[in-house]
Unconditional design. Structure first.
Lengths: 364, 377
C-alpha cells in the first residue's frame, strides 16, 4: 500500500485526535462475548474465562447471572464470587453500589441487554455497566446478536419475534475486545422427515443471525485495527473489508454500476461510496442528470462524497487512497479513435495511476 | 416435500470444519470437545489424526477417544508419520476426527493432500471433523501475504471448504492469544518469542482475525443463497441462472495466479461461471521459451485446480481474440492484470487493457491490481 506523503484529510486528522483523546481518558476495559442464539455457550465461555482468571490469582467478581443456568455453568459459578442482582419493584438490576464498593479488578456481567425496573438511575443495564467502566473496573459481558438495537428490524424479520430489550451498537463498537461464540454442536440424532424440515427452517434462521453476528464482530475488529494503526501513526489500510467507490459523471450509466456495486458490497459485506467531482461550468442539463444519478446512488445505499479539484482523475484517486478503496467503478471512456490516442482518455489515466486497487469499467 | 428430505438423506457424509485465524486459538480443543460429546451420546467416533503440539489441555481432551495408529512412511531416508486412511476406511466409524486439514502428505503417499484423504473418508460415508486456519484458503493467499508478508504454500481450494456442511469460527481475541503465547501454552518459550516477532504481532493477528470473521460471514451467506436456490429447484421453480460469466486472461506473467484467485473469488461470490483463456501464436505453445511455456502450464493447472474451465486459443491479436471469445460465450466480465509497464505510450503501443477496453465497450472489464507490498509496522 502506498504510504506516500500527502496532506492529511480532515477525517484522518479527526481520527488522530480521537486516538489521542482515547489514550488520555482511557477508563475501564470492556470485553464482549457475542453469540447469535441462546444455547451456543456464551455464559459458559465467559464464566470459564472468569474461572481461569481467578485461578491465576486475579480479583474477579460476577455481577450478573442469567435467571436460568445449565448445570455446567452452575458448576463454574460455585467456584466464583457473585454479587447477586438486586430486587427492585418487581424487577432485577445489577447492584451497582455494592460492586463499586467491592471494587473488583474484573467484573463479569452475563447478559447485557436488560431493561432496569423503573426508578433506578439508568433505564438499561448497559448504562449501569458504563458506570462500572467509568469507575475504572474492567467489565466482561455477554450478549446475543438478537438484542442489538440497530438490528432489531432485521432480527424481527428473521425470527418473527419482537425484541424490547436492546443495547445500541455504538456500545458494542466501543468494546476494546470482542469475542464471537460460534460453535453450534453437531446433531447426531436421526430425525423424522417433519423434524428434519423444522430443523432446516430453524437452521436457516440461525444462519442469518449468525451472519449478522459475524459481520458485526468483523466491524468491531476493523475499528480496533484502525485504532491500533492510528495510535501508531500508520497511514495504511489493512483491514479485510472491501471498499467500493463508484465514480459518477453526468453521462455515466449509473444504474448498472450501482446494481452491480450493491450486489458486490452485499456479498463481500463491504462499504459502498459514490463520488463525483464538482465542476463549475456545468450545463443545466448535466446538472439535472447528475441529480438523478445521485438519487440512484442514494437508493443503492451508497454514501455520497462530493470532491473538489482541478483534475478530476487526481481528485478521485486522492480520495480513494485516503479511504482505502479496494475497487473503483467507472464507465467506459466515450472518447475513442485518434482523439483518445493522442490525448489519452481519463479512464486510461485512472487505470495507470490506480495501483493497489481493482478498476471495474462499465458499459455506458 | 418428501422428495427433498430423501435427497437430503441420500447425500454423503457430513464435513465440519473448525476454522481459526492462528495457531493456538483452540480449534483442536473445540473439535475434541465435540468428539467427546458425540461419544457420550453413543456415537462411534475415532481419531484419525491428531497433532498434540504438547499442549496439555488439548491432550487431556483427547483422553478416552479411540485412536487409529498413524502409518509410518519413509522418504529419502527419513521416517514420517501420516494418517492411515485405509485403516480408518476399514474401521468404518460414524465420525472421524482429522486435525490439520491443509497438510501436505509426504511424497509417495497415496494422495498428495490430507484434504484428499478426507474426501475419501466422506465418500465412504464417514462424517469428518477437521481443523484449519483461514490463511490456508486459496483465494485469500494474496491478501494473507499482504497482511503478514508470508506466502502460505499449503493451500486448500475454496470449493473444498464450500462443500463443508458447517464451518465454525473458533474465535479468541488477539490479546488473549498473545497471553497464551507468553505463558507458553501454544509453543515452547523460545519458539513463542520468535513467533511473536513474526506472525503473532498484534496488528497482524487483528487483521487476520477480521479476514476470518468476514470469510466466515461469507461462508454463511453463501450457504443461505445456495439453500434458497436448491429449495427453488426442488419446488419446481425456475432455476436461477448464473447471471454472470467471467473470463480470465492467462499469461506467463507471475501476476496471473493472483488474477485467477481474484476472478475466482468474485465468481464464487456472484455465483458466476468462470473461464480461463490463453491466447498464443500456437496452441501447443512450442514457439515460447521454456520458462514461459512452463509458467503458462502452471497457471492453467492452477486454474483447473480451482475448477475453472480452461481453453488455449491460437492467434496474434490477443485483444480481439479475447473479446471475440467473450462475445461467443456470453461473457459479462473480463478480468485482466494491470499492465506492468509504468510509462504508457498510448499512441504507438496501446496496452492489452487499452485495446480490450476500446473494442469491448459493451462488457465489464476488471483490471486487477496487487494490493501492494506486504504491510510494514
Amino acid at each position: 500500500m502506498p504510504t506516500e506523503r500527502r496532506r492529511k484529510t480532515p477525517e484522518e486528522l479527526l481520527r488522530e485526535c480521537q486516538a489521542e483523546e482515547r489514550a488520555a481518558v482511557k477508563k475501564g476495559h470492556l470485553k464482549i462475548f457475542l453469540g447469535y442464539a441462546s444455547g451456543v455457550g456464551k455464559s459458559f465461555r465467559m464464566l470459564d474465562e472468569a474461572r481461569r482468571r481467578r485461578e491465576r490469582g486475579q480479583d474477579v467478581l460476577v455481577g450478573a447471572i442469567q435467571p436460568q443456568v445449565p448445570p455446567e455453568v452452575e458448576a463454574l459459578l460455585r467456584k466464583l464470587e457473585v454479587i447477586p442482582l438486586k430486587q427492585v419493584d418487581g424487577g432485577l438490576a445489577i447492584d451497582v453500589d455494592s460492586i463499586l464498593k467491592r471494587r473488583p479488578v474484573v467484573c463479569f456481567i452475563d447478559g447485557l441487554a436488560y431493561n432496569n425496573p423503573p426508578g433506578l438511575r439508568h433505564a438499561t443495564r448497559w448504562q449501569d455497566v458504563q458506570d462500572l467502566l467509568d469507575a475504572g473496573i474492567k467489565v466482561v459481558g455477554s450478549i446475543n446478536i438478537q438484542y442489538i438495537a440497530e438490528l432489531r428490524d432485521q432480527v424481527q424479520e428473521i425470527t418473527g419475534k419482537k425484541i424490547t430489550e436492546t443495547v445500541p451498537v455504538a456500545f458494542i463498537r466501543s468494546a476494546d475486545e470482542i469475542e464471537i461464540v460460534d460453535a453450534p454442536p453437531e446433531e447426531p440424532i436421526e430425525r423424522t422427515p417433519q423434524e428434519q424440515l423444522d430443523a432446516k427452517r430453524r437452521e436457516h434462521q440461525l444462519s442469518k443471525l449468525r451472519e449478522l453476528a459475524l459481520v458485526l464482530a468483523a466491524d468491531v475488529v476493523d475499528h480496533e485495527l484502525q485504532r491500533y494503526l492510528d495510535e501508531h501513526g500508520i497511514q495504511q489500510h489493512l483491514g479485510a473489508q472491501e471498499r467500493l467507490l463508484v465514480c459518477i459523471t453526468p453521462r455515466a450509466n449509473v444504474q448498472d454500476m450501482f446494481d452491480s456495486a450493491r450486489v458486490i458490497a452485499e456479498r463481500f459485506h463491504g462499504e459502498l461510496i459514490a463520488a463525483y467531482v464538482n465542476q463549475t461550468n456545468i450545463s443545466p442539463e448535466d446538472r439535472e442528470s447528475l441529480e438523478q444519478k445521485l438519487a440512484v446512488a442514494r437508493s443503492a445505499g451508497a454514501q455520497i462524497e462530493i470532491l473538489e479539484g482541478e483534475d478530476p482523475v487526481a481528485a478521485i484517486l486522492d480520495f480513494a487512497r485516503s479511504r482505502g478503496i479496494t475497487q473503483l467503478f467507472i464507465g467506459h471512456s466515450q472518447r475513442s479513435g485518434i482523439g483518445a490516442r493522442l490525448w489519452g482518455n481519463p479512464v486510461d489515466k485512472l487505470i495507470e495511476k490506480s495501483a493497489g486497487m481493482d478498476v471495474r469499467i462499465f458499459p455506458q | 416435500v418428501n422428495d427433498r428430505v430423501d435427497m437430503a438423506e441420500q447425500r454423503r457424509a457430513r464435513l465440519k470444519i473448525f476454522m481459526g485465524y492462528a495457531a493456538g486459538v483452540g480449534k483442536t480443543y473445540q473439535m475434541l470437545s465435540e468428539a467427546q460429546e458425540l461419544r457420550s451420546k453413543g456415537c462411534d467416533v475415532v481419531v484419525g489424526y491428531f497433532e498434540p503440539h504438547s499442549r496439555k489441555d488439548t491432550i487431556d481432551k483427547a483422553s478416552g477417544l479411540e485412536f487409529i495408529p498413524r502409518k509410518k512412511v519413509s522418504y529419502r531416508g527419513g521416517a514420517f508419520e501420516e494418517m492411515d486412511t485405509d485403516a480408518i476406511l476399514g474401521r468404518q466409524p460414524h465420525f472421524a476426527v482429522v486435525d490439520e486439514f491443509p497438510h501436505t502428505n509426504v511424497p509417495g503417499s497415496e494422495r498428495a493432500k490430507r484434504w484428499e484423504d478426507v474426501q475419501a473418508l466422506l465418500d465412504a460415508g464417514i462424517n469428518v471433523l477437521t481443523t484449519m486456519n483461514i490463511q490456508h484458503l486459496e483465494s485469500l493467499n494474496d491478501q494473507v501475504w499482504h497482511l503478514t508478508g508470508i506466502r502460505v504454500r499449503e493451500t486448500i481450494p475454496d470449493w473444498v471448504v464450500q462443500q463443508a456442511d458447517a464451518v465454525v469460527m473458533i474465535d479468541l481475541t488477539p490479546r488473549a492469544l498473545l497471553h497464551r503465547l507468553e505463558r507458553g501454552v501454544v509453543y515452547g518459550r523460545e519458539k513463542a518469542e520468535r513467533a511473536m516477532q513474526n506472525f503473532f504481532r498484534e496488528s497482524t493477528l487483528v487483521a487476520l482475525r477480521e479476514l476470518a470473521l468476514r470469510q466466515a460471514a461469507h461462508e454463511v451467506e453463501h450457504r443461505i443463497v445456495q439453500d434458497a436456490s436448491t429449495a427453488a429447484a426442488a419446488d419446481g421453480r425456475a432455476k436461477d441462472h448464473a447471471q454472470h460469466r467471467i473470463l480470465v486472461h492467462v499469461t506467463a506473467d507471475p501476476q496471473t495466479a493472483m488474477l485467477i484467485r481474484r476472478a475466482k473469488r468474485v465468481s464464487d461470490f456472484l455465483g458466476a461461471e468462470c473461464f480461463a483463456l490463453v491466447v498464443e501464436k500456437t496452441t501447443d505453445l512450442a514457439h515460447l521459451p521454456q520458462p514461459e511455456r512452463e509458467a503458462i502450464g502452471r497457471h492453467l493447472n492452477f486454474a483447473r485446480n480451482l475448477h475453472l474451465e480452461t481453453r488455449v486459443l491460437e492467434g496474434e491479436d490477443s485483444a480481439s481474440i479475447l473479446v471475440d471469445f467473450a462475445r461467443r460465450n456470453e461473457i459479462t466480465q473480463i478480468f485482466l492484470a494491470r499492465p506492468r509497464v509504468r510509462k504508457w505510450l498510448p499512441l504507438f503501443y496501446p496496452s492489452l487493457v487499452q485495446k480490450v477496453a476500446a473494442i469491448a465497450k459493451d462488457m465489464q472489464i476488471v483490471i486487477v491490481s496487487g494490493r501492494g507490498n506486504p504491510a510494514k509496522y
